[in-house]
Design a protein around this ligand. Structure first.
Ligand code: GLN
Ligand code: ZN
Length: 761
């Protein structure tokens, strides 16, 4: 019996099972291989990915999702969108120019890089100036031919849609988008015509920008774009693909003259199915149903998925139903195969890209006419999930009880800020414009090697601890000599600010090969919250206390906040993110208490990722910020009035976040400013902020040593809107990526700048 339900994949991870993609890129960049070898190796990797999907039985296999760096950069390059600061003659884009746009070269800095919607993937921001877009190279066509010739695959080219491409670009005023779209439409049409001519059946046009919300004009613009496309390529099946959230208003999309619409049924809060129930599904359209989570790493509950498919089948006939992951699998690791260190009950609960494709094939088959044949496979999956769900560490009574009793905890500090600040001034006796740093000092190769030796067992605990103590002692001397007012221990014992805590908290696991691409060749291996998070014992007290014992100046305790720990982990999906954040917050609350009891009474709780968790739709922001701010308060509000809570934020613009930041009620915040181009300071003109604040006075992302005058100017600029009594002097962020020499020179200048402004104040 035949099965009419098709399967599709929206994109496959680029990095390869053993990160061979990354290694090939870096080998080329460092000159170890030439361009020819590079291209040949990349083609091999690309082919491997195609074959893997073919073997998984996927009907519509994506092509052009593979890239040498980033798919948005590919799109810009394909249309000749090269900023004028690069030497470019308008012809083909040589590989080195392509990489220069991504990474900069000696002549011109790189293009800006920013987060791809609410993921931890970063794309290169196209700079659209006055250029006339032209089709320099039809990359989707080349990818289609490659798959056909090399693997006999009838591929489905994936293209970033024009609407989304423009929404993600910069270089033109937002109200000019219609005119800019008109300039690009002919080249999009040309690209699609060439695909049609080649005999391509389906194209997937990615328009995730739709889910951030549509105004009336935006709906109109989408109409213009897709009507023009439909008229030009009547023979092509266009699947308009959305993901990461509900597509609303769905009625607007259903009116577009496209053959199919792809929706995310995992991250939409149920809204997409509700819309279909309300509106029905048009007879002339296909539905790309994103039913498997493309963003998380857990085995699916296949019974629940089948139920969803059945619900969809009552609106869409089998012949027009395509089952697919909710988004590209770019956001998950490649395969669970190598994870032999995990206990079976946990390992079996994981599903990375390859396992998700297998799930998809199974669901499509089981949802078809001869579904009974698959009962055994379904039962096996159900059993694996049941075993995982029943793990005692996932249902801890003590943790549940504590989270439940959160409402009984005081909601705020013992004194409001206006009163705390007085007792704190008395206790700490800091000078006007106190100087400090953000926490980490250079992680030299020596530090990294020491940790490696300890992890491998070459060094025992004692030897490693001794080494770390020596680093801390040197850092304290270094800071005292520079004349800083508030010191840090330097974070030498931490590889990563989330992993360090994950390893010490209950509820975490670490994979061997769970890498995902963050940007370019840079991959991260997020820790995994698989069970209830709980405190198991002090995590940072030893190092902080040792540092404090060496100096009479205050040393800040240094923790990562609950929201950042959450946002940089893969998180179990049976609890809400809010609940998991509360579990982490409660664990950190114990750590804060342990520090305070040990006499560490200035404690910094970093929340660099707080803004990253913002939902895509503006109307959902408030709810997220409410629980995010609350979890920070849970972690910190139980300290004595004299204990000073600091926090730190970076990687984003915070102009619109002053209200929530203030609500966190930290006594002092340090914020990165180099990314906001002065706009952040302007927002303080408009909004009252009364607590301690340090706006980074120099950018730590470059080895350049800032001059004293640059920093006195930055300070004076800030003091036009902020009170000298509340202002702190610090760099933009932690210094772990810098060298000691430049760090010393920069901080020496920073302290001098503080002294100069202090004397004038
Ligand atoms: N305390 C951390 C450090 O200095 C903060 C890092 C960050 O903001 N990302 O490294
Ligand atoms: Zn930072």
């Amino acid at each position: 019996m035949t099965n009419n339900i098709k399967t599709s994949s929206l994109g496959y991870p680029r990095i390869g099972k053993n990160r061979e993609w990354k290694k090939t890129l870096e080998a080329y960049w460092s000159g170890k291989i030439n361009e020819e070898t590079f291209r040949a190796e990349m083609a091999g990797i690309q082919l491997q990915h195609l074959k893997t999907q073919q073997q998984a039985g996927i009907a519509l296999i994506p092509v052009n999702d593979f890239t040498f760096y980033d798919h948005v950069l590919d799109t810009a390059a394909m249309f000749g969108i090269v900023p004028s600061r690069y030497a470019y003659d308008g012809g083909d884009i040589p590989l080195d120019l392509y990489f220069a746009m991504a990474r900069g070269n000696s002549a011109a800095p790189a293009c800006e890089m920013t987060k791809w919607f609410n993921t931890n993937y970063h794309y290169i921001v196209p700079e659209i100036g006055g250029q006339t877009p032209r089709l320099i190279e039809n990359k989707p066509l080349a990818a289609y031919r490659f798959a056909k010739e090399q693997a006999g695959i009838e591929g489905k080219p994936v293209i970033v849609g024009l609407y989304t491409f423009l929404k993600l670009s910069k270089g033109f005023a937002a109200d000019k988008i219609v005119e800019v779209a008109a300039r690009f439409l002919p080249v999009y049409v040309q690209l699609l015509q060439e695909l049609q001519q080649e005999g391509v059946a389906w194209v997937q046009i990615d328009e995730p920008a739709i889910v951030t919300g549509l105004t009336g004009e935006e709906v109109e613009l989408l109409g213009t774009i897709y009507r023009e496309i439909a008229a030009a390529v009547p023979g092509l099946h266009v699947l308009l693909q959305t993901y990461f959230e509900a597509a609303e208003p769905l009625e607007a999309l259903l009116e577009l003259p496209v053959q199919g619409i792809g929706l995310d049924f995992v991250h939409d809060g149920g809204a997409n199915l509700a819309s279909i129930r309300r509106l029905g599904w048009p007879e002339d359209k296909w539905l790309g149903a994103g039913i498997i989570d493309g963003r998380n790493i857990w085995r699916s509950d296949l019974d629940a998925k089948l139920e969803l498919v059945r619900a969809l089948k009552s609106h869409v006939p089998d012949e027009r139903l395509i089952l697919q992951p909710s988004s590209s699998l770019l956001h998950v690791p490649v395969t669970v195969q190598g994870e032999d260190k995990l206990k079976p009950a946990v390992r079996q609960a994981l599903a990375f890209a390859d396992e998700k494709l297998a799930e998809l094939s199974l669901i499509a088959a089981a949802a078809g006419e001869d579904g009974q044949v698959y009962a055994a496979a379904l039962a096996e999956s159900r059993e694996a999930l049941n075993v995982f769900r029943a793990l005692p560490e996932r249902g801890r009574q003590d943790v549940a009880e504590q989270v439940r009793s959160l409402d009984k905890l005081p909601d705020s500090r013992s004194l409001p800020f206006a009163e705390r600040v007085k007792v704190q001034q008395q206790k700490w006796q800091l000078p006007l414009l106190p100087t400090t740093t953000i926490g980490s000092f250079p992680q030299t190769p020596e530090v990294r090697q020491a940790r490696l030796k300890w992890r491998k067992g070459v060094w025992n605990q004692e030897r490693y601890d001794g080494f770390i103590r020596q680093q801390i002692a040197d850092a304290i001397t270094f800071q005292e000599e520079l004349g800083l007012d508030v010191l840090v221990h330097g974070e030498f014992e931490r590889t990563d600010m989330v992993e360090f805590f994950g390893e010490k908290l209950a509820g975490y696991l670490f994979t061997k090969g769970g890498w995902v691409q963050s940007y370019g060749s840079r991959c991260v291996k997020p820790p995994v919250i698989y069970a209830d998070v709980a405190f198991t014992g002090p995590m940072t007290v030893k190092e902080s206390l040792y540092a404090q014992s060496l100096t009479s100046l205050p040393v800040k305790g240094m923790l990562t906040g609950p929201v950042t720990i959450l946002n940089w982990s893969f998180v179990r999906d049976d609890l809400s993110r809010e609940e998991v954040a509360n579990q982490i917050a409660l664990a950190l609350r114990y750590e804060v208490q342990a520090l305070e009891e040990a006499g560490i009474e200035m404690i910094q709780v970093d929340e660099p990722a707080i803004r990253e968790g913002l939902p895509l739709k503006a109307e959902d922001h408030e709810q997220y910020l409410n629980w995010a701010v609350r979890s920070f308060r849970i972690a910190t509000n139980h300290v004595k009035a004299t204990t000073q809570i600091h926090t730190h934020m970076c990687y984003s613009e915070f102009n619109d976040m002053i209200g929530p930041i203030s609500a966190m009620d930290a006594d002092v915040i340090s914020i990165e400013t180099s990314r906001s181009h002065g706009e952040l300071i302007v927002s303080f003109e408009e909004q009252e902020y009364d607590k301690g604040i340090g706006l980074g006075v120099y950018d730590i992302h470059s080895p350049r040593v800032p001059k004293v005058e640059e920093m006195t100017q930055a300070i004076e600029r800030a003091l036009r809107v902020l009170d000298a009594g509340q202002f702190w002097i610090n760099p933009d962020c932690g210094l772990k990526t810098r060298g000691w020499e430049e760090t010393g020179a920069a901080l020496r200048n920073m302290v001098q700048a503080a002294v100069i402004v202090r004397e004038k104040s």
